[in-house]
Design a protein around this ligand. Structure first.
Ligand code: C2E
Ligand code: CA
Ligand code: CA
Ligand code: CA
Length: 282
């Protein structure tokens, strides 16, 4: 190693080591987390914009680490995706949600849709459709009330395999949504090619929709185009009343965000039930 930058060299080295150490430590921790069943599913309400009633929920995973938990997905999903552990976590989430849906159905409290995030790795996982078929026999719920959210980035590699899985999911009766719409780069291309039912407009559009004329026009155009293609639009990250009003004026179909409610564990579900007149499945 060069001597002239000794300090620099040492710092660089330590950083590299600590990065590798952190990553290895993290994936080991995640492994324990999976073995010890430290993950929980939170649910965030999705509101029907026109009727202003609770329409569905999105399932969002949390890690109840014994010392550091609850940890939000941003702090372990990237590592879990890199290591492939995401597939195990997702399978656990899906089963947990199906089980929960069975309970909701029995109590006649089933929301219209329950959305579950699926990563790129989850989508190309062999036998994912068979895995879901088996779960449907174990938990007899209506697949039409389950929506899988996929991102554009999940479509970038292995597009053929991914498209086949998506079409198979539709054949199984599940619904599909394109998540984080507007953060990728060829969004409009995909709308035609994908067997999706809804798009989820990313929060970045929503932040400024009521202030910036250009953003408002963009959102309006996306909503109109989506409607022409038979797609419904969900706005993500709605935080204020004025955002909610602006989106409603633009004919956005569904809203999700802290304005309506944060993701909550199932225990707090009763709160939502009393807060929103519940949209029961017909
Ligand atoms: P996402 O799918 O885009 O989920 C929406 C995120 O926005 C959630 O963060 C949610 O808590 C947050 N959010 C909702 N409303 C608001 C709001 O009004 N303002 C702001 N600032 N944020 C809001 P969360 O729960 O931390 O999840 C982050 C990401 O982690 C998710 O983004 C999703 O990509 C991923 N994720 C979560 N659970 C799962 C899972 O089970 N499987 C996979 N593959 N990914 C998951
Ligand atoms: Ca999502
Ligand atoms: Ca999203
Ligand atoms: Ca996201």
């Amino acid at each position: 190693a060069k001597r002239n930058g000794k300090d620099q060299c040492v710092i660089y080295h330590e950083e590299m080591e600590s990065y590798a150490y952190n990553y290895i430590d993290k994936i080991q921790q995640i492994r324990y987390g999976i073995e010890n069943q430290e993950f929980r599913v939170y649910y965030q309400p999705i509101i029907d914009a026109e009727k202003t009633i609770l329409s569905g929920v999105e399932a969002l995973v949390r890690w109840y680490h014994p010392y550091d938990g609850p940890i939000s997905p941003g702090q372990f999903i990237p590592e879990a995706e890199q290591s492939g552990q995401i597939v195990q976590i997702e399978k656990w989430v899906v089963e947990e949600v199906f089980q929960q849906c069975q309970k909701w159905t029995e109590k006649e409290e089933m929301p219209t849709y329950v959305s579950i995030n699926l990563s790129a790795k989850g989508l190309i996982e062999k036998n994912i459709n068979q895995f879901l078929e088996n779960l449907l026999s174990k938990y007899p719920i209506d697949p039409g009330s389950i929506e899988f959210e996929i991102t554009e980035t999940a479509l970038l590699d292995q597009i053929d395999q991914t498209l086949k899985t998506l079409h198979d999911l539709k054949k199984q009766g599940f619904r599909l949504a394109l998540d984080d719409f507007g953060t990728g780069y060829s969004s409009l291309n995909y709308l035609n090619r994908l067997p999706i039912d809804r798009i989820k407009l990313d929060k970045c559009f929503i932040n400024t929709v009521e202030e910036q004329e250009k953003d408002r026009m963009m959102v309006e155009a996306i909503i109109q185009l989506s409607h022409k293609m038979g797609l419904k639009v969900v706005a993500e990250g709605v935080e204020t009343e004025s955002q909610q009003k602006a989106l409603k004026n633009l004919k956005c179909d569904f809203m999700q965000g802290y304005y309506y409610g944060k993701p909550q564990p199932f225990n707090n579900w009763e709160t939502y039930l009393t807060q929103w007149s519940f949209c029961l499945q017909s």
